[in-house]
Design a protein around this ligand. Structure first.
Ligand SMILES: Nc1ncnc2c1ncn2[C@@H]1O[C@H](COP(=O)(O)OP(=O)(O)OP(=O)(O)O)[C@@H](O)[C@H]1O
Ligand SMILES: [Mg+2]
Length: 358
């Protein structure tokens, strides 16, 4: 695959504070990339370095074969949409979109045609004469998107463009952005701290934490094979169960011995077993191959399509409760009740192991 944007060893200092530490990343042409991570992890800083709005302190950024590291933003080839709509309130929608096109030296007729085309594409054909405050948040964000895309940039940068919108509008616009991006084939980077958004939209997700990249991968890779405890915790739900290796063949969690899930674990190791709530299943009795442990149900929480059972591991009173998600259609068969004891089955292929860093 052709690399469109290459980020090499980029760091960013704000005085003593390091906002980005040695970031390297290749983004392919036409890819939809999400920068995902908690507040303050450096997502916006990296996006602004790519746009030239804040220059990197060191490292190199190459876009479409051109070294852009220290290029002024107006000399770069990108369109950007921010969380707040950032439309000029005193200009009509059509004027907002026209501005950049006029600066590109296009004729009035050309500009008008492009504006009409884009208002049509985003489904707001009659709003050209309106002012931003006459539009809803979702509509303003569509205008901002049209404004960015009407300039036919090589790269689309989106900084939490959906986070100010309510859930319904957000999921609608999510689909629309993705459809548009695919049709145009435009290389896109979207910053978000919403894991669902990243999982649903991205070709690849870049998970960030404390100015570093923790993992880069497809949504499935990130979800199914989290590279670190941080990623496992941040993306999706994960139970972390304290465990120790008691022999060459067995580990102990709570008061239960289980077969050792990974050869690399050594006798005497302490680690955490990571298990996603949807990968756990209840049974009435212990499994013959010992891949189950007993728990007591403390609470049942209705979640719509499933019930989340909060369970207490026996003999382990300090640990957090363990969450088990039970699909509604399975619930009838199980007759779960608060206070009851059940066995939780674990499947080896769904087991994650997180060893304390030495
Ligand atoms: N101009 C600045 N001067 C000093 N520190 C800054 C500046 N801009 C950002 N920072 C710091 O750099 C870190 C990363 O900020 P950044 O805005 O990139 O985070 P973010 O991942 O986008 O977070 P959020 O999800 O809250 O938008 C933060 O700790 C922030 O306080
Ligand atoms: Mg940010």
């Amino acid at each position: 695959m052709e690399t469109y944007l290459k980020i090499e060893n980029v760091s960013k200092q704000y005085g003593q504070f390091t906002a980005l530490k040695d970031i390297s990343l290749d983004i392919h042409k036409g890819e939809f990339i999400c920068f995902l991570g908690p507040s303050g992890c450096g997502k916006t800083t990296l996006l602004r370095a790519i746009a030239g709005l804040d220059l990197a302190s060191s490292g190199k950024i190459t876009q479409n074969g051109i070294d852009t590291t220290f290029l002024a933003p107006e000399k770069r080839d990108f369109g950007i949409v921010f969380q707040s709509y950032a439309l000029f309130p005193n200009l009509t929608v059509a004027e907002n979109i026209s501005l950049g096109l006029r600066n590109q030296g296009k004729s009035l007729k050309e500009v008008d045609d492009i504006v009409i085309k884009w208002l049509d594409i985003i489904g707001l054909p009659d709003s050209g004469i309106k002012y931003p405050n006459q539009l809803s948040g979702g509509q303003q964000q569509r205008i901002a998107l049209a404004r960015a895309l009407s300039l036919s940039p090589g790269l689309l940068l989106l900084d939490e463009p959906l986070s100010a919108l309510d859930a319904k509008v957000r999921s609608h616009l999510r689909d629309e952005i993705r459809r548009l991006q695919r049709t145009l084939g435009i290389t896109t980077i979207m910053v978000t701290h919403d894991q669902d958004e990243a999982l649903a939209m991205a070709d690849r997700i870049v998970v960030m934490n404390h100015g570093c990249i923790e993992q880069v991968g497809t949504p499935q890779e990130i979800y199914q094979r989290p590279a670190s405890r941080f990623v496992a915790d941040f993306v999706g739900n994960m139970n972390f169960i304290p465990a120790s290796v008691v022999s060459d063949s067995h580990i102990r969690i709570g008061e239960t011995l289980l077969p050792k899930p990974d050869k690399a674990l050594l006798r005497g190791d302490y680690f955490e077993l990571g298990l996603r709530p949807e990968d756990l299943h209840f049974s009435e009795t212990a499994q013959p191959n010992n891949s189950s442990f007993p728990v007591q149900i403390e609470a049942l929480e209705f979640q719509g399509t499933f019930v989340r059972a909060e369970c207490r591991l026996q003999g382990e009173h300090k640990a957090d409760t363990i969450k088990v998600d039970v699909p509604i259609r399975e619930l009838r068969r199980l007759a779960l009740e608060r206070g009851h004891f059940h066995h939780v089955n674990i499947a080896k292929q769904h087991t994650h192991i997180f060893q304390a860093e030495h």
